[in-house]
Design a protein around this ligand. Structure first.
Ligand code: PLP
Length: 363
């Protein structure tokens, strides 16, 4: 082959031809309200504890890390409660690797994953990378789900894995435990409740974790990237029956969680109350968007997460661009005519409201 080949010269998998690397734009902008991060970094004290923990693991950095992430998984089990142990918990390099493990174990060639749209834009990537067929069924007009809708879709499409995001990204819509019970009573497919934003819900205690002891096919997926203010640490995790954890242990790469990742996450979990201290404030910031945006003449979708869909814009890309021109980055995603805005700090929110009010053609 000639030096410096183009992609077309390489024996790329056929289904990847023409694909672009996907992800939210990472732009250097004063106000980033685009990827639902917690805008508040940890305290100096916690950061020092993180630095000390990383320093400590470097004494053994010539050795491979704990492949089973024992201390981290115990800490996650304790954080979740509900009588869970290390055998019920799994952790990986962000939810995206967790989901890839689940689809690697339960999806794969000739298998199907079912989701309900609009929903998280990364799921099709995980499906493609694990050679899993990706099937979508629309949510109701209010973006909610009910047992009948989901069970009918399961009957029709016979999925191996069903992913239900609650609160849903990008709509913020929660799915009640009653609906989960109805679904779980009607299927033996793996049902993943992606609760990435559960800590921000009006009733975070209404978590699918409460159903785990009764349904062996349920997986409750969480992340440290959102409420836990550890997006840079890259830790996602789930709780499920031990056999589901064992299945993921088969497909994971050896030593998939680095020593420093485990150390950072353990420090964060040891300071869970402080790491989560801003969640109440972010919930208020979200609620303020839900009242203030309609008062400004915009439409919103009621949200249980740390972001809000706002519209309806005749040309949402133009509005996105004009916000960006004013130093405010939001996300162009979700139903036509809407933009998704994450709950930021108070000054960031004021900058957003000010910028939006200035855009002539926003209404
Ligand atoms: C942000 C998000 C996650 C978390 O992803 P990480 O890889 O853990 O950062 C998972 N699910 C949904 C629906 C999300 O929006």
């Amino acid at each position: 082959m000639r030096p410096n080949p183009s992609l077309a010269d390489l024996p790329l998998r056929p289904e990847l031809v023409g694909e672009e690397p996907y992800g939210a734009p990472q732009l250097d902008v004063p106000v980033c309200l685009n990827v639902n991060e917690n805008p508040y970094p940890p305290t100096t004290e916690i950061r020092r504890a993180m630095a000390d923990a990383v320093m400590d693991v470097t004494t053994r950095v010539n050795r491979y890390p704990d492949r089973e992430a024992t201390n981290l998984r115990w800490a996650l089990a304790h954080y979740l409660g509900h009588g869970l142990t290390i055998d019920n918990t799994w952790a990986a390099n962000g939810s995206n690797e967790v989901m890839t493990h689940l689809l690697g174990a339960f999806g794969g060639p000739g298998r199907r994953a079912l989701t309900f749209t609009p929903t998280y834009s990364m799921y099709p990537e995980y499906a493609r990378n694990t050679h899993t067929d990706y099937i979508t069924v629309p949510r109701r007009d209010d973006f909610g789900l009910d047992g009948r809708l989901v069970l009918d879709a399961i009957d029709e499409h016979r999925p191996d894995v069903v992913i239900i995001t609650t609160p849903n990204n990008p709509t913020g819509t929660s799915t009640s435990l009653d609906v989960f019970e109805e679904i779980l009573a009607g299927t033996d497919a793996i049902v993943v409740a992606d609760e990435a934003y559960q800590e921000f819900a009006a009733h975070p205690e209404d978590t699918a974790l409460r159903l785990l002891s009764r349904y062996g096919n349920l997986v409750v997926s969480r992340t440290m990237s959102k409420a836990f203010a550890l997006a840079g640490g890259r830790v996602g995790y789930f709780a499920a029956a031990p056999a589901i954890v064992d299945a993921c242990r088969i497909v994971r790469l050896p030593y998939h969680l680095s020593a420093q990742t485990q150390a950072l996450a353990e420090v964060a979990l040891a300071h869970a109350d402080e790491m989560l201290a801003k969640v109440d404030l972010l919930r208020e910031t979200r609620d303020e968007m839900l009242t203030r945006l309609p008062a400004m003449g915009f439409e919103i979708v009621p949200s249980d997460a740390n972001f809000v869909l706002v519209g309806r814009f005749a040309d949402r890309h133009a509005v996105w661009q004009q916000l960006l021109d004013r130093g405010v980055l939001v996300r162009e995603t979700g139903p036509a005519g809407f933009l998704r805005v994450s709950a930021g700090t108070q000054p960031e929110m004021e900058a957003f409201y000010r910028a939006l009010a200035q855009i002539e053609d926003a209404r």
